[in-house]
Design a protein. Sequence first.
Length: 619
Amino acid sequence: MSAQKRDETGRLQFGAWPVDGGVRFRVWAPRVRELAVVLKNPSRRVIPMRRGANDIFETTVEGAGPGTDYVYLLDGERERPDPVSRWQPAGVHGPSRVVAPDAYPWRDRGWNGLALEDYIIYELHTGTFTPEGTFDALVAKLPYLRGLGITALEPMPIAQFPGERNWGYDGAYPYAPQSSYGGPGGFKRFVDACHQAGLAVVLDVVYNHLGPEGSYLGDFAPCFSERYRGPWGDALNFDGPDSDGVRRFFIENALYWLAEYHVDALRLDAIHGIFDFSARHFLQELGERFHAEAARLGRRAFLIAESDLDDVRVIKPVEAGGYGLDAQWNDAFHHALHAALTGDRHGYFADYGGLADLRKALVEGFVYDGRYSVFRRRRHGSSSADRPGRQFVVFTQNHDQVANALGGKRAATLLSAGQQKLAAMLLMCAPGLPMLFMGQEFGATTPFVYFTSFHDPKLARAVSEGRKKEYAHFPPGERFIDPQSPEAFEVSRLDWDEASRPAHDAMLAFHRELVALRRRLRCLANCRKDLTRAEYDEAQRWIRIERMDPSGERALLLCNLAAGTREIPVSPGRDGVLNLALFGADDGAGRAPLEIAPERTSVALPGPCGALYIGGPRP
């Protein structure tokens, strides 16, 4: 927080830190006149803290150590957990617990991360991915994920939230891994196991708001702004009086996950909810500090933004006037493909639908680059044509799109098997970084809906009523499930028995083969937008994508989005035969030719389907 410092080892200096013979407590609290630390075990002790420069309170308590539970006593009246708590074993309203950050015996010393181009991401929710809903249960699934070909796992936010059922975006303690998932030890075991398996970890973090229940940071410091209001209420104070401390609180959090938990990347939730009009934007400062710490640690580590601004400044280098983040989610790819396959035009899908939009998302990135948006009723976005493909995370499903756009329905309940395979081929053959959402690889049909377990009755009621009103904007017939009900959580659990049923097992085998091709072929894995060509015929409903590599290796993906057979023109050139590597269609549909010879001018494909051909220069 304000004046938060890091010593020469890069370790966090605020919160509770075990030292020789005791524990040092340190907190920034400009809104407090007097502060004391209250030890809860083995017996209650109240120890006054000294106020130093920059409103920093500090004391060292002899005899305390890891496992000690404590709170802060503010002005002799209110007991509050530590804003920089590393562990909240009794939940958001309970005491904080002292953790020894160096106690875990890491076994990943040879790990220094993956190149960003090598990321094939798998987004999951810890609580619903397995029956147990814990970090240790995730570890047991790593062989499955490695077999799928995934290279990076992205858990939805794990910061301590109210109750035991939550997406994680209501986190109240950004430094404390959720206790019901396994707490600090469980998350360290998960990250360590991932690295030993050759998998990177992308942690979803929330720096645009704090959860509505159990967050007491505002009692210590002016963390909220009076000038801006975001979708979740008062915006965080990133550019007002005393904002230096708020900025450092979140920047130190990013460095904490990097240094203490060895994570490889952070996914920054909804950065369009971060309001900062200072000369040096918070995101720029965050990126500079994060990348400097990664360099100091000798690690490859990245910041990936979620943004609905389509603003290329997010991913442009600082020297070119940008914020210097490494990549961002590209919603345009999802929206264009979903609209093209389903004809859905509700909400923001009204801005998409033509294959021209899908082509643009593939070869440029943002579809809206200053053109008029019907949904927003204004011009939107900026051109990303000159940015490399590795800066765009692309997907056909994610937690938001399944739950917030489709009422919890997964693609497997909306699309035929052929359409699902076609979408997967476009995803894995795109020059961006592909991401799967848990279960889509086997065509999971279990819904994924919004769920919470707030304890505050007024808040719980408001969330339920607000969510119900949102359903009024969905197509008729969508079933509403109260997010506060246990049912919302239970129906969102993956059904792993489904993966072994014939149709789902075949879909899983298809994805394994497709991901293996993405990893094996440089022309698919190089993220080279400049070596990507795409052509389409809107009337005939086909799109053709060619991916190339300087080695001469190349791939040709033919996609028929129509229901009937279409002749798709090809021009294989003089470099020899292109061989069929993968065919994706409905069961019982026709086949594609096994090869495309130089003299062939078109290929007849049944629909809907995709056919991937690969080849290279003559020997």
